[in-house]
Write a protein that binds this ligand. Structure first.
Ligand code: F6P
Length: 327
């Protein structure tokens, strides 16, 4: 081990995601195993500013791996984006003699981190924890698998009742500006159409497909819509369908925050364990200002500034596949 890190600060920030607790457990236990002291920073950057910082022991993370949410709580801090907020946060870090930070969160977390570390040079590494899977530098993020499975389970249930009534359902899923939850849950539940922000679609095309299905007496139709798709989300798509086909029995279901909660899947727990362990080892090896990710099954390190540059693309092949499989 090559550096002098003794005290580690750990926080979760932005929208919570299932598996964050498993990552917290992995960080705390790896750090203590390596003779580091760990401080939990509560409510993300906001708690950092306000000094909500408490020492953590291995027993504090017992029996949390299977729980959704985050025991450290989380927040989207506006104050941290100001010069004064960042200064206060830094002062708290110094006051607690914290030598290095592990940050678990999504793009907002790394946007904040990038600014903070440009100003105050303190070693830090990031762990991608978001249901949206919208970060460069990793094939997936902690919580995505669980959230996509929650959506699939919900859509399967919706299909049961849709079949019983011969109904058309518009199901809106989360994902912010990324369509991965819609894409994966739509493909896995056999959705008749999938609308995502990454693919420009004409509403006429969507309506035409419904019309075609109706003509061949296929009345059950499930359209999975990403909350920020090009056509304006579930409500807008629903309204357009209602206007064009007033006699169709159509319903809108917005899945919402159920996608953020629940017990993490096996895949998310393993990912959280690998990245949590890897984050502490990376700091001890002198790596800093990078987010850990998993690329082709191996840990990869991407500078914070690159992680937030843009969103990972969805391949043309995948987009074509939606068209074919949902036809
Ligand atoms: O980033 C995670 C996420 O759940 C997005 O999918 C969604 O757009 C957003 O957070 C919702 O944020 P909030 O919980 O603050 O309403």
């Amino acid at each position: 081990m090559t550096n002098n890190i003794k005290k580690l600060g750990l926080l979760t920030s932005g929208g919570d995601s299932p598996g964050m607790n498993a990552a917290i457990r992995a960080v705390v236990r790896t750090a203590i195993y390596n003779d580091l002291q760990v401080f939990g920073i509560y409510r993300g950057y906001q708690g950092m500013i306000e000094g909500e910082i408490t020492p953590m022991q291995t027993t504090d993370v017992a029996n949390i791996m299977q729980r959704g949410g985050t025991i450290l709580k989380t927040a989207r801090s506006k104050d941290f984006m100001t010069d004064e907020g960042m200064k206060k946060a830094y002062e708290q870090v110094r006051q607690h003699s914290i030598d290095a930070l592990v940050l678990i969160g999504g793009d907002g977390t790394f946007r904040g981190a990038n600014k903070f570390f440009e100003r105050y040079n303190i070693p830090a590494v990031g762990i991608p924890g978001t249901i949206d899977k919208d970060l460069l530098g990793t094939d997936t993020t902690i919580g995505f698998d669980t959230a996509a499975n929650t959506a699939v389970e919900a859509i399967d249930k919706i299909r049961d009742t849709a079949e019983a009534h011969d109904r058309l359902f518009v199901v809106e899923v989360m994902g912010r500006d990324a369509g991965f939850i819609a894409l994966h849950s739509g493909l896995a539940s056999g959705a008749e159409d999938i609308l995502i922000p990454e693919q420009k679609r004409d509403i006429e095309d969507v309506l035409c497909r419904i019309d075609k299905d109706e003509r061949r007496k296929k009345h059950v139709h499930i359209i999975v819509v990403s909350e920020h798709d090009e056509l304006g989300g579930g409500q807008k798509v629903f309204d357009s369908i209602k206007t064009r086909f007033p006699d169709l029995d159509t319903r809108l279901c917005i899945l919402g925050h159920i996608q953020r909660g629940g017990s993490p899947s096996c895949a998310d727990r393993v990912l959280a364990g690998r990245l949590g362990y890897g984050a502490v080892m990376a700091l001890l090896q002198g790596k800093t200002q990078v987010m850990l990710g998993m690329i082709n099954g191996a840990i990869a390190y991407t500078p914070f500034s690159n992680v937030i540059k843009s969103e990972p693309p969805i391949s043309d092949d995948m987009l074509q596949m939606i068209r074919v499989l949902s036809s």
